[in-house]
Ligand binder design. Structure first.
Ligand SMILES: [Zn+2]
Ligand SMILES: [Zn+2]
Length: 219
């Protein structure tokens, strides 16, 4: 991708020159119209001359200053500086940023995992995220290569969870591909699988109800 710096109404963003959207990239939200809000969407306090309206840069909602105090860089929206966000969005953005900061590089570098497919292909394979992070590439040491588009994953399950993280992920995708990835105690591999779970959560369509952090997310 050929990236350029552009100025949007909320700040500077690094986007593709040709408008191509990267995997996991989100559009800037439309701002909710000021005139529709007499009170803060967070605490319900009425707006007046002293209680001013602020827009959350991630969801576009209208909040008072105390409900949208903190500024965070929403990395999925490709902002380069921290911008104002509501409490809920701050939490989500930090959870998402953790992926880009601590896991993405590891997933691109790849990891050797035990893989089992619905076709009975089993064995050690190098699993990595290719392209802009949207292609899960499984290369068996015995030869076969199984490419799966992250966008086409229809469901995934964490089938075993150890004390220090995920040990096994099963996923289904369009075309009936069904994979079981790994079972290991190796710390580095556990980090890899934790990162993959996070990427799968983020790439999920909203109707799958598996995007964003949940209460039992330690990572
Ligand atoms: Zn408020
Ligand atoms: Zn928000």
């Amino acid at each position: 991708m050929d990236m350029i710096l552009v100025k949007s109404k909320s700040g500077m963003r690094m986007v593709d020159r040709n408008g191509k959207k990267g995997f996991l990239e989100l559009d800037e939200p439309a701002w909710a119209p000021d005139e529709n809000f007499r009170a803060c969407s967070g605490c319900n306090t009425s707006f007046d001359l002293f209680k001013r309206k602020h827009h959350c840069r991630r969801c576009g909602g209208v909040f008072c200053g105390s409900c949208a105090t903190e500024k965070v860089i929403p990395m999925r929206l490709r902002f380069i500086d921290p911008v104002r966000m509501c409490g809920k969005c701050q939490k989500i953005a930090k959870w998402e940023n953790d992926y880009f900061t601590n896991y993405q590089k590891k997933l691109k570098a790849g990891e050797e995992l035990n893989v089992e497919t619905e076709k009975g292909e089993t064995g050690l394979a190098t699993v990595s995220l290719g392209g802009d992070g949207g292609l899960l590439q499984i290369t068996f040491q015995s030869g076969p290569v199984v490419p799966i588009l992250m966008d086409e994953v229809t469901s995934f399950r964490v089938t075993e969870e150890g004390s220090n993280g995920v040990h096994m992920i099963s996923l289904d995708s369009f075309g009936g591909r069904n994979l079981k990835l790994a079972k290991t105690e190796r710390a580095e591999t556990v980090v890899f699988l934790n990162g993959l779970r996070k990427a799968l959560r983020m790439s999920a369509k909203p109707d799958h109800q598996r995007s964003g952090p949940s209460n039992n997310d330690a990572t």
